[in-house]
Write a protein that binds this ligand. Structure first.
Ligand code: SAH
Length: 368
């Protein structure tokens, strides 16, 4: 139990629980992240050294350059359509797209064919993205959701640390049953805490797979992420194109509580300062791949971020970037490579899933 820092959103959450009963983890996460007034992504700057967490594009320009190289390849492998839409889901500060576009300019056939679409709910982050994209921003269309994306040409879609920000559900094993894990109030009427809800887990396959789970075990489902993936994959099957999802996550469904809160680079209780901390959950890539398959579209072999970046030429590009630079600069670049690609760092904690029609060869997913 955590009393936490008082915030306007904490007061609203308490009032909601008092009137309507415990909130699901899904509703709690949605309020904390996306409440139009107090949600985490709607207010201050979450990213970077001065924020709460650092994402791969903020670690190094090398990350976005490798993604750019992959997209150029994916475009060529898809038959080099004369027009396509380059889409980013949850672009944060716009750093990744800016780095992708720097690479894209080296390939006029790619650059000339692309129109830019950013799916972003936060008006404040849209302004940050506009500034990061500079002159390119005039060609960008922003969308509140994927529903607004055009239907008239292939979509090349990138999502880095996007799916982990979508609200999840949790279930807890109690006396042989999986009960939804909810958030209620402790006896003091103020402190937020986990309580079992009235609903249960209904996915028979998942229940069967978790038969040996002990009392108190927690399992997560990600209905929003899966539904979004299925929608996107349906679009790709109809319009053509590819999707690349990169996130902290796991490749096989298993029990485990991965809901976490970060504030100023420290792990804190998920009840600490609602609306002022980042809340995420690890992505279940097996479930995400299955959702794409339903579309039906072929999800490719799941890769670690390290093997993905190295196969694309991370070391070669780092060497090129360091050539002629000072020893300090070269040391910094080595550190960035290590952070992005080394095991135990982002190299294996982060996973990369590509989804595309069968006939499109996608290096380094498909050795051809
Ligand atoms: N991709 C960026 C930022 C990741 S943080 C990077 O790698 O640095 C998550 C991003 O997704 C933020 O831009 C946030 O505002 C956005 N976001 C979160 N939920 C969203 C939703 N449901 N729809 C659209 N954007 C969302």
């Amino acid at each position: 139990m955590t009393r936490g820092t008082p915030t306007p959103l904490a007061d609203r959450i308490r009032a909601l629980i008092e009137t309507a009963g415990p909130l699901s983890v899904c509703d709690y996460m949605a309020l904390c992240l996306a409440d139009p007034q107090h949600g985490y992504y709607m207010r201050a700057e979450p990213f970077g050294a001065g924020g709460d967490f650092i994402t791969a594009p903020e670690v190094s320009q090398l990350f976005g350059e490798m993604i750019g190289a992959w997209l150029v390849h994916a475009h060529a492998a898809s038959g080099a359509p004369k027009r396509f839409h380059l889409v980013e889901l949850g672009p944060g500060r716009g750093t990744l797209m800016a780095d992708i576009l720097r690479v894209a300019r080296l390939r006029p056939a790619f650059h000339a064919a692309a129109s830019l679409h950013l799916v972003e709910t936060s008006p404040r982050l849209r302004e940050v993205q506009k500034a990061a994209l500079g002159a390119n921003a005039v060609n960008v269309q922003w969308h509140d959701s994927i529903a607004g994306l055009p239907v008239d040409a292939p979509l090349l879609i990138v999502a880095n640390e996007f799916f982990d920000a979508l609200p999840i559900r949790q279930y807890v094993r109690l006396q042989g049953r999986w009960r939804e894990r909810c958030i209620g109030l402790a006896d003091d009427g103020e402190t937020l805490r986990f309580v079992p809800g009235t609903g249960g887990l209904e996915d028979a396959d998942l229940i069967a797979g978790l038969a040996g789970a002990p009392e108190g075990a927690v399992v997560e489902t990600q209905p929003l992420a899966n539904a979004l993936m299925q929608d996107l994959a349906t679009r790709l099957a109809a319009q053509g194109g590819v999707l690349l999802a990169i996130d902290y996550g796991y490749g096989r469904t298993a029990a485990g509580d991965t809901l976490q809160a970060l504030r100023r680079h420290e792990h804190v209780s998920v009840f600490e300062a609602p609306g002022l901390c980042d809340l995420t959950a690890h992505v279940n890539f097996e479930a995400l791949a299955r959702a794409a398959n339903l579309a039906p579209l072929r999800p490719r072999r799941l890769l670690g971020q390290g093997e993905f970046l190295l196969a694309l030429g991370l070391l070669e590009r780092a060497g090129q970037l360091g050539a002629g630079k000072s020893e300090d600069d070269r040391e910094r670049i080595r550190g960035e490579v290590e952070r992005l690609a080394a095991p135990g760092q982002m190299g294996d904690l982060f996973k990369v899933l590509a989804v595309a029609p069968d006939i499109v060869p996608l290096m380094p997913f498909d050795p051809v």
